[in-house]
Design a protein around this ligand. Structure first.
Ligand SMILES: C[S@@+](CC[C@H](N)C(=O)[O-])C[C@H]1O[C@@H](n2cnc3c(N)ncnc32)[C@H](O)[C@@H]1O
Length: 257
């Protein structure tokens, strides 16, 4: 049974992990079904998003639209956008949510978000921005700040490591291996067999930075701060040791001249 096909992944693909997710031919919708951390992260993100009633929110790297449908349920009169570079994911998301007039699903990347300046009250993202290559992180943070209204909220959940360094740095490798093997064993303990295979299969790609660019939350916080997002905070998704964390921040109000 082939569930995840890692081979054929193109190093340096323009849109990071899009190449892999565009080739992913398993059932994404049930991939995280048995992974309690995934659902805990979505619950936390929902809470950290604040009251989005009557507001506009973007799920960046929305995938098959799992979080987007939770947002649509929680805020029946919010205007929602899902953006993802993968054709396949966009198609899945459309199947799930395309019938709704107040949800728009668009093909695009975190490096070129197809929305006007200051359009949304919140940018939310789960497990997607680690596909952005390291030199592009500052531009990605600026792009997120561009589409956020002043005072708008960022809620960014992802897997982070705790050691900065080049791919071959032994301390960085050890940290990543411990976190990903730990998470895989956690998946196994929770009957999340397919999630376990995904995480184990991802280890070489993360270690060699082949479309999966883990870094510390400090690096991302710095990029967001420089892009004009302030009040940055980090919350771990329990259990903490696997590096699943949520960065929140608020787009600064600019001085009137
Ligand atoms: C693990 S899935 C996460 C999907 C969804 N956010 C969720 O929580 O289920 C990673 C997603 O990131 C998307 N992605 C890859 N590169 C991206 C980029 N440059 N900008 C935005 N999304 C990207 C992929 O297409 C894929 O849908």
């Amino acid at each position: 049974m082939t569930i995840i096909r890692r081979q054929g992944f193109v190093k340096g693909f323009e849109d990071g992990g899009m190449g892999f997710w565009d080739r992913f031919d398993g059932d994404y919708e049930s991939l995280f079904d048995r992974d309690p951390m995934y659902w805990e992260a979505l619950d936390m993100m929902l809470e950290l998003s604040g009251d989005l009633a009557g507001k506009r929110a973007l799920d960046l790297g929305c995938g098959a639209g799992v979080f987007l449908s939770r947002l649509a349920e929680a805020f029946p009169n919010a205007e929602l956008y899902g953006v993802d570079p993968s054709k396949k994911m966009v198609r899945r998301c459309e199947r799930r949510l395309g019938h709704s007039a107040r949800v728009r699903i668009l093909r695009g990347s975190a490096l070129r978000i197809p929305l006007p300046d200051e359009h949304v009250h919140a940018v939310l993202s789960n497990l997607a921005l680690h596909h952005v290559p390291p030199p592009e992180r500052p531009a990605c943070a600026r792009e997120i700040a561009r589409v956020l209204r002043p005072g708008g909220r960022l809620v960014y959940a992802d897997l982070f490591c705790d050691v900065e360094g080049p791919p071959e740095d032994p301390d960085r490798c050890r940290d990543i291996i411990q976190k990903m093997v730990g998470k895989s064993l956690y998946d196994l303990d929770h009957g999340a067999y397919r999630t376990m295979l995904l995480h184990l299969g991802d280890i070489p790609a993360v270690l060699t930075e082949d479309g999966e660019y883990f870094t510390t939350d400090r690096v991302w916080r710095e990029a967001f701060r420089e892009a004009g997002i302030e009040r940055l905070e980090v919350k771990p998704v329990p259990p903490e040791e696997f590096g699943y964390r949520i960065i929140t921040g608020i787009k600064a109000w600019t001085e009137e001249v």
